[in-house]
Design a binder for this molecule. Structure first.
Ligand SMILES: NC(=O)C1=CN([C@@H]2O[C@H](COP(=O)(O)OP(=O)(O)OC[C@H]3O[C@@H](n4cnc5c(N)ncnc54)[C@H](O)[C@@H]3O)[C@@H](O)[C@H]2O)[C@@H](O)CC1
Ligand SMILES: [K+]
Length: 523
């Protein structure tokens, strides 16, 4: 599914209204109805069936987001709810569809307060404390900067209420284009967003505030939502299913792809083992691990399904490892370099040879990225030689870009896309929402995964998994998307059982076939 910034959403909305002729009021009504449906679905989660007799507080701003909220409020009154609307602007400032929805609400039995200061705040505090549902219709995609002071104080109270918080379009206080939160924002359990999801739901602090995201097309024509000019996407089961390689009845290990993993050093043989496990659990036909002679026996024993080639270097690979890698890589469909290699500068020459000479897709991770980070011009050796996939976390990306981690984190989407184009590489910028950027300028947000992945070895598993998809013939961008999505989904499967901590990288690898199967079967 495509993901848009505020300007792109406005253009689509304009087209729907002016080119297609859908009245804006109809869009607002559909938006409101989508929110009401979501509230109906949410209530059982707090042990309440049905809307009748329940209490709702709707926080309303002066823009169209507030108009949506007023239409929701009207519907909730009609459904028998006890509704209190709090408007954070003089009523005369509401215009157009929002003003019409204000009038319609004023014709119902619902209560309405205009919040001007402390007096109204005291009067309405009880309603907020007793609300089963709080609807945030303060600001939508029109908000820039920090919330006004009075709203801020209220938002802090909303974030303490026991009620279920539903944000309309985007939680108020989260900037639609950046996900930036200046001081505070509404922390929603659910966000119902209209047309297409907004960048801010995946960037900055947005993911921490939006809860579950529900997307409703509100009757905007499908063809407008599929606009070819939009180059940002969020991965979903349906997209990923189509990327899975088909297995033929007569397939064998030779047809399921051969991949070379260059990994491991003394004290970090586990990285080679975990990347190997990630590759095997992703269905690779033949895995060959090239690792230093000092640890080769140990790696051999821990990944019994792989062939292990011991290459020169006692504790870590040195420049003489290149002929061993070249010999194996000539018959392989993909090569991954980096997990646990250590930052031995002697390996720099090998990395340069790999980048210059191998025409199959090459994945660089961990210590290979650190080496490249100390000499970013290394990456240009790859230009035109063959596909390149980089899997940096923000620290590695900062070293590669010679800037601070804060610069990377504050500009994740822009940096990932710019560097993918510059390096002619698929860039997998890891994080709570990993971004996969393509050299053609497209970018994909990954919605799967959870903080449980923040444990040693999970990155190695991901590298192994991407290697396996490449070896099975999946093109570079798609292999990266498939690897990242399934890796996160495997962690989500484990989180359903264990919560957000305590599962291991090896367990993530072991869940991979199951999540792949779930996606296949649902198709
Ligand atoms: N995308 C669509 O197709 C549709 C969008 N609709 C709704 O319309 C919303 C956008 O409406 P608007 O453009 O009116 O924008 P908002 O409702 O987000 O409000 C913008 C208003 O807030 C002010 N403002 C911005 N930042 C501020 C700040 N930091 N402090 C104080 N005031 C600030 C602006 O000057 C403007 O008056 C969407 O988010 C959505 O909820 C729906 O009505 C249905 C259709
Ligand atoms: K909102």
């Amino acid at each position: 599914m495509r993901v848009v910034n505020a300007e792109q959403m406005r253009q689509i909305e304009e087209k729907a209204i002016h080119d297609y002729g859908i009245p804006s009021l109809l869009l607002m009504e559909n938006a409101a109805w989508a929110v009401v449906e979501e509230i109906r679905r949410c209530l059982p989660k707090i042990g309440k069936e049905g809307l009748s007799g329940r209490k709702a507080v709707i926080l309303v701003g002066k823009g169209n987001n507030g108009g949506d909220g007023l239409a929701v409020a009207r519907h909730l009154v009609f459904q028998g709810m006890d509704v209190t609307v709090l408007v954070f602007a003089p009523l005369e400032e509401l215009k157009g569809d929002a003003a019409l929805n204000l009038r319609l609400f004023q014709g119902t039995m619902g209560k309405l307060f205009v919040i001007k200061g402390e007096k109204q705040r005291r009067l309405t505090r009880l309603a907020l404390a007793q609300a089963d549902v709080v609807v945030d219709a303060l600001f939508g995609i029109g908000m820039r900067g920090a919330l006004p002071g009075l709203v801020e104080e209220y938002v802090d109270e909303v974030n303490r209420t026991p009620g279920w918080v539903v944000a309309i379009d985007i939680p108020s206080g989260v900037e639609a284009n950046t996900g930036k939160v200046y001081r505070t924002a509404v922390c929603a359990q659910t966000t119902v967003t209209f047309g297409l999801p907004k960048w801010g739901l995946f960037l900055g602090e947005g993911p921490e505030y939006c809860g579950r995201v529900v997307v409703d097309p509100i009757s905007i024509p499908e063809s407008y939502l599929m606009d070819e000019g939009i180059s940002t996407f969020v991965l979903m089961d349906d997209d990923v299913r189509g990327l899975l390689p088909v297995r033929h009845l007569k397939g064998h290990k030779g047809t399921h792809g051969k991949g070379i993993l260059v990994a491991g050093s003394k004290g970090m043989s586990g990285a080679a083992a975990l990347a190997g496990r990630g590759a095997l659990r992703s269905g690779i036909g033949l895995l060959q691990i090239v690792t230093p002679e000092g640890i080769a026996e140990g790696v051999d024993k821990s990944v019994i399904e792989a062939t292990v080639w011991s290459a020169p270097g006692e504790d870590s690979l040195n420049e003489e490892a290149w002929p061993v890698i070249l010999r194996q890589a000539e018959k392989a469909q993909a090569v991954a370099v980096g997990p646990g290699l250590s930052q031995n500068s002697q390996f720099r020459a090998v990395l340069a040879e790999i980048l210059k000479n191998l025409s199959c897709p090459v994945v660089l991770d961990a210590d290979a990225l650190n080496l490249a980070g100390s000499e970013p011009s290394l990456l240009s050796l790859r230009n035109g030689r063959g596909p390149l996939i980089l899997t940096p976390h923000p620290g590695e990306m900062a070293r590669l870009c010679q800037c601070s981690v804060e610069t990377i984190e504050g500009n994740r989407l822009d940096m990932a896309v710019a560097k993918a184009v510059e390096w002619e590489a698929v860039v997998v910028l890891k994080g709570a929402v990993t971004i996969i950027a393509s050299p053609d300028g497209r970018a994909f947000f990954n919605p799967t995964g959870n903080p449980g992945l923040g444990t040693g070895g999970t990155g190695d598993v991901l590298t192994g998994s991407i290697l396996a998809w490449l070896a099975q013939g999946v093109p570079p961008l798609e292999a990266a998307c498939l690897g990242v999505y399934l890796h996160g989904k495997a962690a989500d499967e484990l989180a359903a059982e264990f919560g957000w901590s305590g599962f291991t990288a090896a367990e993530v690898a072991d869940q991979l076939p199951k999540v792949r199967r779930t996606i296949e079967v649902r198709g």
